[in-house]
Write a protein that binds this ligand. Structure first.
Ligand code: G6P
Length: 365
């Protein structure tokens, strides 16, 4: 067991550290730098992708958060409407043309019953399906019309870590491929994104090299009454994912939401006992989020900020600097949030790899 953990105390920590490698694997052989193109080896006909007028992403848990990130990429790059639904809530709606809709099921395991149920409903109604999964020959891969693998390698820890980043990267590649098929590809935008994807593993390594600092911060705030995670745009799914990670393994009350929603309810819970983790990076509308940060500070909350290196010093309790990576910066900050959750839970002696009441893959509805 110890050997399988590669010297780490937990699979989760090992998998967090594997990310530079797993992120490289997600793009390996799929980007043509010269042409600024992506090849996902899709068998879905290009003519279908050209005509598609809605992409519905279906998933659960962490995969759902990856879809929220992917939706924004697809809409901004390919100029096609994209929606995200929980597998357990997915129902084929009216007013859609089956032959112009693509349903993308995103599942690390490829076996989540709720996601499979959504995909099966889509297939029954004649909609084409694409599976995005980590598991070769899984049910999702077999039942969908086409499959793309995220190539992250096995993930053992119940709390998904490395597969989140790989799912987002794969959906980013899909966004470029769909944009290309639809003749919507802006070479400059796509070029920046593809360049960012190639620099992502190095930026993540930088976070891993700074582990001790985030560990000290996690331990310092471990007694917080509740933890709030906020961000906008691409920072919003990362805020949700940061909160999910913390609640899964520490059992602390943690909530994530788009920063603009603070004032519509959660602000009532903010006190000097509730640390707020805020994404102030590129791609997360940092100036607007900084205004929300001041609102929580006025209620005494300590703020832990993850901000673009270019923003300089923020007036916050703790600050982590994220290297320049455009709209992918929240994905880099996410690795700090994973380490925050891990070290906070570990300081409380929690069962990190097998949290109570949770399973790696939930095969019941
Ligand atoms: C379970 C796991 C989560 C995971 C979710 C979806 O609830 O505990 O970590 O995000 O299932 O799993 P999937 O394999 O479909 O991505």
């Amino acid at each position: 067991d110890a050997a399988e953990k590669g010297g780490y105390d937990h699979y989760m920590l090992k998998e967090i550290h594997e990310q530079p490698q797993s992120l490289r694997q997600a793009i390996a052989g799929r980007i043509d730098d010269f042409e600024g193109r992506v090849d996902l080896d899709l068998s879905l006909p290009e003519s279908f992708l050209r005509e598609v007028d809605e992409i519905q992403l279906v998933a659960c848990g962490t995969s759902y958060h990856a879809c929220l990130f992917g939706k924004q990429l697809i809409e901004s790059l390919a100029d096609v409407r994209a929606t995200v639904e929980y597998g357990s809530e997915y129902a084929v709606g009216s007013g859609r043309t089956p032959d112009r809709t693509l349903v993308v099921g995103v599942s690390q395991s490829g076996e989540t019953a709720d996601t499979l149920r959504g995909l099966r409903a889509a297939r029954r109604s004649g909609v084409r399906t694409l599976g995005v999964t980590n598991t070769v020959d899984s049910t999702v891969a077999r039942e969908c019309d086409d499959a793309v693998y995220i190539q992250a390698g096995p993930e053992i820890g119940v709390a998904a870590t490395k597969t989140f980043g790989s799912q987002v990267v794969t959906l980013a590649l899909l966004a470029v491929a769909v944009a290309d098929a639809r003749d919507e590809l802006d070479p400059e935008v796509a070029g920046d994104l593809l360049d960012g994807l190639q620099r992502l593993p190095g930026a993540v390594q930088g976070v891993l090299d700074d582990e001790e600092t985030i560990r000290d911060v996690a331990e310092h705030y471990a007694d917080g009454e509740a933890f709030f995670f906020v961000g906008r745009q691409f920072g919003s799914p990362v805020a949700l994912e940061g909160a999910l990670k913390l609640k899964e393994i520490s059992y602390d009350h943690a909530e994530g939401f788009p920063a603009g929603e603070l004032k519509h309810g959660p602000l009532a819970l903010v006190t000097d006992e509730t640390p707020v983790l805020a994404l102030l990076t590129d791609g997360a509308r940092p100036d607007e989020t900084a205004n929300n940060v001041r609102e929580v500070q006025a209620r005494g909350a300590p703020v832990i900020a993850f901000s673009s290196a270019t923003r300089g010093e923020e007036d916050v309790a703790e600050q982590f600097s994220i290297p320049d990576l455009g709209l992918l910066e929240p994905l880099v900050a996410n690795v700090y949030l994973q380490l925050f959750a891990y070290h906070l839970a570990n300081s409380k002696g929690r069962s990190i790899d097998k949290p109570r009441n949770l399973a790696k893959s939930v095969t019941v509805e």
